[in-house]
Ligand binder design. Structure first.
Ligand SMILES: Cc1cc2nc3c(=O)[nH]c(=O)nc-3n(C[C@H](O)[C@H](O)[C@H](O)COP(=O)(O)O)c2cc1C
Length: 187
């Protein structure tokens, strides 16, 4: 079995200067050797409508489902909107979760959140954990990474400059690698 680990990164924000996208980029940069991260694009996914679903998966949804299915692990970067996840992220997960072959089942998952608030999106991140647990993922429970007061942690180019946050993220990616290898062994 290959030891290469391919992650799919999913950002819950669509805006160009998203701190969560910056955090995703930082996680990708801080991953240990042997890991790669493909970035998902959820901006073209229509609002979920069962009538639409009955006509077949829209192309953007099929792409996301295929990306999830072939990834060794999913890494989310989620903003917190009104103490929960963003509508676009929930919408993407709802689409991707429809049968047949629900692709989140048994998939290793880890996450980060970045917010303007000092708590770094604890509430939003825990809502995401609840949603994904229901879909049968193997969640990396710890280390948790919450990036609060986000504007002070990144520079103008979007680079994560806060040393403590970089350390937390790097440690989390190491733990995620080990988690994925453990889940693989379980078969
Ligand atoms: C609709 C909305 C609701 C928000 N609710 C919260 C919140 O509950 N807690 C918080 O810390 N920040 C909240 N924020 C601020 C976001 O944390 C901040 O805009 C963050 O930068 C969004 O992530 P992004 O930079 O990846 O787009 C909210 C922002 C919006 C637009």
């Amino acid at each position: 079995m290959s030891t290469a680990i391919r992650l799919l990164g999913i950002c819950g924000s669509l805006r160009a200067k998203s701190y969560n996208r910056y955090a995703l980029n930082a996680a990708s940069e801080l991953m240990p050797e042997g890991m790669t991260m493909e970035m998902a694009s959820i901006g073209d996914i229509p609002l979920f409508n069962q009538d639409l679903c009955d006509q077949g998966m829209p192309p953007a949804v099929s792409t996301l489902r295929a990306q999830i299915a072939r990834a060794d692990g999913i890494y989310f970067a989620t903003p917190e909107y009104n103490y929960s996840v963003t509508g676009v992220l929930k919408n993407a997960i709802d689409w991707a979760s429809r049968p047949p072959e629900q692709p989140f089942q048994n998939k290793p998952v880890a996450m980060v959140s970045a917010t303007v608030g000092l708590k770094g999106g604890v509430s939003g991140q825990y809502d995401l954990r609840k949603i994904l647990a229901q879909l049968g993922v193997h969640l990396l429970v710890r280390p948790e990474v919450f990036i609060g007061n986000e504007a002070s942690k990144f520079d103008a180019s979007g680079k994560l400059t806060d040393e403590a946050a970089r350390k937390f993220l790097g440690d989390q990616m190491l733990a995620f690698r080990d988690w994925i290898l453990r889940v693989r062994k379980l078969g």
